[in-house]
Ligand binder design. Sequence first.
Ligand SMILES: [Zn+2]
Length: 332
Amino acid sequence: MSTADVDQLDDGPLGRLALSRSGVDRATLRRGDTDWLARAWADPRTRVLVVRDAQALVATRDGQLELVLVPPDEAPAGTRFLLGVDDEDVAYFGVSAPADSTADSTAGGAAGGPAEHDARLMALRQVGALLSDRDAGLMTHAVALAYWHDSHTHCPQCGTPTVPAPAGHLTTCPADGSEHFPRLDPAVIMLVIDPDGRLMLARNATWPPGRMSVVAGFVEPGESAEHAVAREVYEETAIVVGQVRYLGSQPWPMPRSLMLGYQATAKGGQRIAVDDEEIGEARWFTRQELRAAIDAGELGIAPTSSIARRLIEYWYGAELPDGPAGWLNRGR
Ligand SMILES: [Zn+2]
């Protein structure tokens, strides 16, 4: 493991977030080494994570959810990218395969032994918090790159189909030689706390009653993240915030967000006024009110893989139950 690995980092106020974990070195210096890449792909010890429609095959082994990884000769055709190398020098690749290629060809191959008869395609938001550090990191990385390759197939300058580099971390235009790198959309997501310590939760106008979360939005071009926090809170709830403090981040590649978590303190003497088009309702909760609403089945908060859930639990001071079943895997 290199000293630049995530394991060497101190956890911030939010602790280690589900999709911010890793168990392999990204091996960035190998990405330009075509001989090494060819040897790694030819090595039967190499493991490949196949991504279809942003999902990956997951199976239960000894009570633990695991990714189903296959050797290179069992991987389907598709765009290939290097994910990293582990402590035992095993290389990991991802392949973005067409959604209509049969999942059975992977599940029924060498990866589909008797212990993995329950293998099924699952999304990152469903399993991100349940996988090991290694598998959570591999799947987050692979889903992010698969989304990018699937949606950025042509040169933005001249429209010619681009060609992925051998490690899959950039594409090149054969007509004009321009290079194109994976895109990220930075988004801010924030605890908004009033002077009495209450937390604001809001319901998106498109969400069903009983589902609420913290306010979030994309950073606009030419804007700082802190400014985006203040702007989004005001746009959605007419609340003016003063202090804005950074808490932590995690990738959310559905399709390409980087979620930047903040705590913002509302100035006193204000009333919430929601923008009805985007926000259906917003209100302040004390810790006791939040817990009572969840326990009564009236309120559901975000899934455990999300930074929204971790932010709410950071404010609350402990883990919280899921609330009403059924909405956790809906939406983004
Ligand atoms: Zn071009």
